[in-house]
Design a protein around this ligand. Structure first.
Ligand code: ZN
Length: 306
């Protein structure tokens, strides 16, 4: 009796001691950090089980205004590799990124692999490129090579996996882009007018054939001026625009007033500079993922303008 009890205890101890070894292969090898959800999602897909991803900005956070906290600085300094959008999207994090890079962290702007001639340079952004690249899913697919490169650099053993995953992710994003073109195409051209809070949708407009009008400039730093509001009201009445849209990361007050004054309805909430919570379902779409966010935005826009 006693020996069998002891051997059972020993067996249990052995299971407890050795079990972690069996799961070791699945423990993440790389600690990555990403600023916005749209980047974190792609890094997760490319990295698979080898990569643990820390996301700095959660749902509803405006990256133009976001100031990193002391905790962010600690998290980022512990990451092996950091991915951010670049093109001045994360304006208040720039100093921290250069400090981290100087201290030997690998820091990558994911937009560096997007061909420069594709960037838009809206007049409102005074000589800078428009940072909202994720709205053109075909362009967003071109950020994948930077993510593959960054992960491979800090984890050369995983390179083959990252390259394989990267190809799949890129193909999926291209298929999503084709779906966007087809869905936008179901709306007659003269109805493809998108009025929303800030000019985040220039790339969206170019890729999917929409005329885009924003109440604020490209960055959300400046408040909507009253003159802009009354101009926008006239434009909406003139063009008989049926619906205008609020954004999850921008205060909806101004756009709601424009809706009231112009007689257009608020066509729904778009996710622009931040995704939803993980698992946050809007109809069939999980807006906590990049794909879900893209499908939700396109369906919301097309259905409201039909
Ligand atoms: Zn923005």
């Amino acid at each position: 009796m006693k020996t069998s009890f002891i051997s059972r205890v020993l067996l249990l101890a052995a299971i407890v001691l050795f079990a972690p070894r069996f799961s070791q292969a699945e423990e993440p090898k790389v600690k990555a950090a990403a600023t916005i959800g749209m980047i974190a999602d792609i890094v997760r897909q490319v990295g698979g089980d080898r990569v643990q991803v820390e996301q700095v900005m959660g749902p509803g956070i405006d990256p133009h205004l976001y100031k990193p906290t002391a905790t962010d600085a600690v998290h980022l300094s512990q990451a092996d590799v950091i991915f951010y959008n670049g093109l001045m999207l994360e304006g208040r994090m720039a100093d921290l990124f250069s400090r981290l890079a100087r201290n030997g962290r690998k820091v990558y702007a994911v937009t560096e692999s997007v061909p420069e001639e594709k960037f838009l340079e809206p007049a409102e952004f005074e000589g800078h490129y428009d940072p909202h690249v994720w709205f053109d899913t075909g362009m967003w697919a071109q950020t994948v090579p930077t993510i593959v490169k960054g992960l491979s650099e800090v984890d050369p053993e995983g390179k083959a996996l990252y390259e394989e995953n990267g190809k799949k992710v890129q193909a999926n994003l291209e298929a999503l882009d084709a779906w966007c073109k087809e869905t936008a195409g179901s709306l007659p051209e003269q109805k493809r007018i998108l009025v929303t809070s800030h000019d985040a949708y220039n790339y969206f407009g170019r890729a999917y054939g929409f005329k885009v009008v924003g109440l604020q400039g490209v960055s959300t730093v400046s408040e909507a001026a009253l003159a802009d509001m009354s101009q926008l009201v006239d434009f909406i009445k003139d063009q008989q625009v049926k619906a205008i849209f609020v954004e999850s990361s921008v205060n909806p007050a101004a756009i709601k007033r424009v809706a009231e004054d112009s007689g257009a309805k608020v066509g729904g909430e778009l996710f622009s500079d931040a995704m939803g919570n993980p698992g946050e379902m809007h109809g069939p779409y999980d807006t906590g993922t990049y794909e879900g966010m893209v499908r939700h935005n396109m369906s919301t826009i097309v259905n409201a303008l039909k």
